[in-house]
Design a protein around this ligand. Structure first.
Ligand code: MN
Length: 295
């Protein structure tokens, strides 16, 4: 029995500043759509060309009860954190930092004047593991294959029998489809029917269910679809996110996820007091980001 046409929601990115003149396109959270599965934050960085001597520089800042997930497309970023991790991420690789109880990190361009293109997402941790010890993992190799016009990369979860090594804690999918052809490519993706999905063009554009989505317009597909037919414009790079609708409480404020605002007040106070909950980032001395005032 064919699926009925899904009711697709369009979420247009808003611009947010990462400092030093770098703006990013943020689609999650949105007032009409907070999450897609456990994916609770989605920034599309670039593509951009930094001027001579310029780059991405994000000072030391904390996280709790989430994983930061970085997918690098162009350029290089040096990640350092309060566990002592010191890792450059390059195109085609994923960095996954598990904040759990608390961690702090910095992110810096390796060189000025580079091109930069990346997606940075947050994954909410289920209650059962949300307070786990912090961890950092670098995944230099992921399942990548070509099928017809499209190159597939599985970055989290499984698709078509390929499983990413990424250590995630709830049922989810993170995948990239790349149409390297000079012609549009049509594909029917089998979906996990219990998942909701989000589709975002990081380059190019696509259409689904007779609706056209430009770069930085997220298409939200509700649960209940066993497959979905897409048309990718030439050169399109499509991020495909999926996950079981997340039912544990998630409050998001600044860089924190908490079970509620009261808990987040505590994390904020710990960060402002220099608590060992977060620790110090080597090289992050003197560029610690201050938490904004809470409402
Ligand atoms: Mn961060």
């Amino acid at each position: 029995m064919p699926d009925s046409a899904p009711e697709i929601q369009r979420i247009t990115a808003r611009s947010s500043s990462l400092g030093e003149g770098l703006t990013v396109a943020r689609t999650l959270p949105h007032r009409t759509r907070r999450m897609v599965g456990a994916w609770c934050f989605l920034d599309h960085i670039g593509p951009t060309q930094f001027g001579a001597g310029q780059g991405l520089h994000v000072g030391a800042h904390p996280h709790t009860r989430l994983q930061t997930f970085t997918w690098m497309i162009e350029g290089e970023i040096l990640h350092r954190d309060s566990l002592g991790s010191d890792q450059v991420i390059r195109p085609g690789q994923v960095n996954l930092m598990t904040a759990g109880h608390g961690i702090a990190h910095t992110e810096d361009s390796v060189q000025g004047g580079q091109r930069m293109h990346a997606a940075q997402l947050w994954i909410a941790l289920p209650d059962a593991v949300a307070e786990c010890p912090p961890a950092f993992a670098h995944y230099p190799q992921l399942p990548v294959w070509q099928d017809g016009a499209l190159q597939y990369t599985v970055m989290a979860g499984s698709f078509a029998g390929r499983t990413a090594p990424t250590a995630v804690h709830s049922p989810m999918l993170g995948m990239e489809l790349l149409n390297q052809q000079a012609a549009p490519a049509t594909v029917t993706l089998p979906l996990e029917a219990g998942f909701e999905h989000g589709l975002l063009a990081l380059e190019g554009g696509f259409s689904v269910a007779d609706q056209v989505f430009a770069m930085d317009e997220l298409a939200y597909v509700p649960p209940g679809q066993a497959q979905l037919t897409l048309e990718l414009a030439p050169g399109t790079r499509l991020l495909v996110l999926g996950g079981a609708p997340f039912t544990d409480p998630v409050t998001l404020w600044w860089n924190f996820v908490g079970p509620d605002l009261a808990a987040i007040r505590g994390y904020r106070a710990d960060w402002e007091a220099g608590s060992p909950r977060f620790g110090d980032v080597p090289g992050g001395e003197g560029r610690r980001l201050a938490a904004p005032a809470m409402p």
